[in-house]
Design a protein around this ligand. Structure first.
Ligand code: HEM
Length: 458
């Protein structure tokens, strides 16, 4: 069996993950407020309008994904090399830069100070400390790793993810230069290309951590050096370079670019889905039990991969894609993948890395299990409600009859009520599984001499 290197110390990599958990809780709260604004238009219009709540929600959850993926890659890199980090100063500076910038971004939104583009609405100057932190990350990561020779697939995934993220993040800011901003088609193409590649880069970090975790649970290194895992790596690499094609259906670009990129995105999802599925079928009950919480989230992510793949196949049909743009089907696709796949995999990683803390998780087992089922069931209802609302809206867009906008809104209302209800229970379920992780870590930080147990039973 692979050695369990976790100990009860709060290391800097664990602090990245803990910061991510705080961010997702903040993001969930803003998500719930935003969903209420669907059914009560104008709610909190003066101080917390939807224009502020949406970026507050979206940026918090995107940073949850990024900072936790970084924490996971750091934790597992150190477990893999069995060495210490090259520079403690650099990793701490990286964490401080990330945390303070994210806080500054949240404050700027709350004060109504914007200046950025969709998904990164904060003032562009705040991107600079993120870039600096990321450069420190790459230097420290490469120096800790030392060599890429004969490395398993997850090391390649982390390395590629870190380098490409910096590149695409910088690319998403090219619009600040008039040369790029002045040509609308080029500007939008670069913008969407960079977003698509950025998602591909963080997926590399997350998939790398997931394969490491799967090998750790099964107690061997089967997947880390298998052909299918390297197939995932190369598909992912191709995807992060070209998947942007499916974001620009409305722009005048060659059709074959759009179709190839869509096909590759789906192949990537299919391969990761198959890896988890095959891995699951080879696990013994003892191994599943030993890593019960992490195992559960990996299994949930697998189910979500196949559901999102189904939706992606439908959305890839050009005639359908044209009409789904700007409807809730797109939101179902982004939230279905970022919650069902990214968040579930990250929770598996968080449970593996943080559950070995100085307090026992025993008293929370029931809470965690119920939270898990509530979150997954609610996500399903939430996702379906968005898809149905999206279908009705696209039918309205296509319809020849002159149905007014107000009538269409009225028609969608029941689905928005379901969306809000399921959103609240989804947030509750997720907080039920996150709460024990945060509470135990915070208690260990505040009171380090209380060491009830050395190793968790989870
Ligand atoms: C970890 C959990 C979550 C993640 C990762 C997540 C992710 C996202 C993302 C990526 C978007 C942008 C969608 C797009 O532009 O296509 C979004 C929008 C949104 N989310 Fe979430 N979300 C989460 C939980 C929730 C919850 C629990 C609620 C509601 C109760 C919620 C309500 C919303 C709303 C109202 C929007 C705005 C949609 C619009 O612009 O019309 N989210 N979310």
């Amino acid at each position: 069996m692979m050695e369990q290197l976790n100990n009860d110390k709060i290391t800097t990599p664990k602090l990245f993950i803990l910061s991510g958990l705080f961010l997702v809780v903040i993001g969930l709260l803003f998500g719930v407020i935003g969903s209420f604004q669907y059914i009560i238009p104008g709610l909190f219009k003066e101080s917390l309008s939807f224009e502020r709540v949406r970026p507050l929600h979206v940026s918090s959850v995107i940073f949850w994904i990024i900072i936790t993926a970084v924490g996971g890659a750091w934790t597992y890199l150190l477990e893999h090399t069995q060495k210490k980090v090259f520079s403690v100063f650099l990793i701490k500076t990286q964490l401080i830069l990330f945390v303070f910038t994210f806080l500054a971004i949240i404050v700027s939104y709350l004060l109504g100070i914007f200046g950025g583009r969709e998904y990164w609405e904060f003032p562009p100057l705040l991107a600079l400390p993120i870039v600096l932190g990321w450069i420190l990350f790459i230097i420290n990561f490469i120096k800790t790793l030392k060599s890429l020779k004969h490395q398993p697939v997850y090391v390649w995934m982390w390395f590629t993810g870190t380098v490409f993220f910096l590149f695409t993040f910088l690319e998403s800011y090219l619009w600040v230069f008039p040369y790029f901003r002045n040509n609308v088609v080029n500007d939008m193409t670069i913008q969407w290309k960079s977003y698509g590649s950025m998602v591909g880069s963080w997926n590399m970090l997350i998939y790398g951590c997931s394969i490491f975790l799967m090998d750790k649970i099964s107690g061997n290194k089967t997947y880390a050096r298998s052909n299918i895992a390297f197939a995932l790596y190369f598909t992912g690499l191709f995807n992060l370079m070209f998947n942007w094609g499916h974001h620009i259906y409305l722009l005048p670009t060659h059709n074959f670019i759009k179709h190839i990129s869509y096909l590759v995105s789906m192949t990537e999802l299919f391969i990761i889905g198959r890896i988890i599925y095959k891995w699951n079928s080879t696990l013994t009950e003892t191994k599943k039990n030993f890593y019960r919480s992490s195992y559960r989230f990996l299994a949930a992510a697998d189910a979500w991969i196949f559901l999102n793949l189904l939706l992606a196949i439908l959305m890839s049909i050009p005639a359908i894609n044209l009409y789904t743009h700007g409807t809730h089907i797109t939101v179902a696709h982004t939230m279905g993948t970022t919650i069902g796949i990214n968040t579930m995999l990250l929770l598996a990683i968080a449970y593996d890395t943080l559950s070995n803390s100085c307090y026992s998780f025993e008293p929370y087992k029931k809470l965690m299990k119920n939270g898990y089922w509530i979150a997954n069931f609610s996500l399903f209802v939430f996702w379906i409600a968005l898809i149905i609302a999206g279908i009705l809206k696209s039918k309205w867009q296509m319809s020849e009859e002159q149905v007014s906008f107000a009538e269409m809104k009225e028609m969608l209302k029941p689905y928005f009520y379901v969306f809000v209800g399921a959103g609240i229970t989804l947030a509750t379920g997720l907080i039920m599984v996150i709460f024990p992780l945060i509470k135990n870590q915070v208690l260990c930080i505040i009171n380090p001499q209380m060491k009830e147990i050395k190793k968790s039973e989870l």
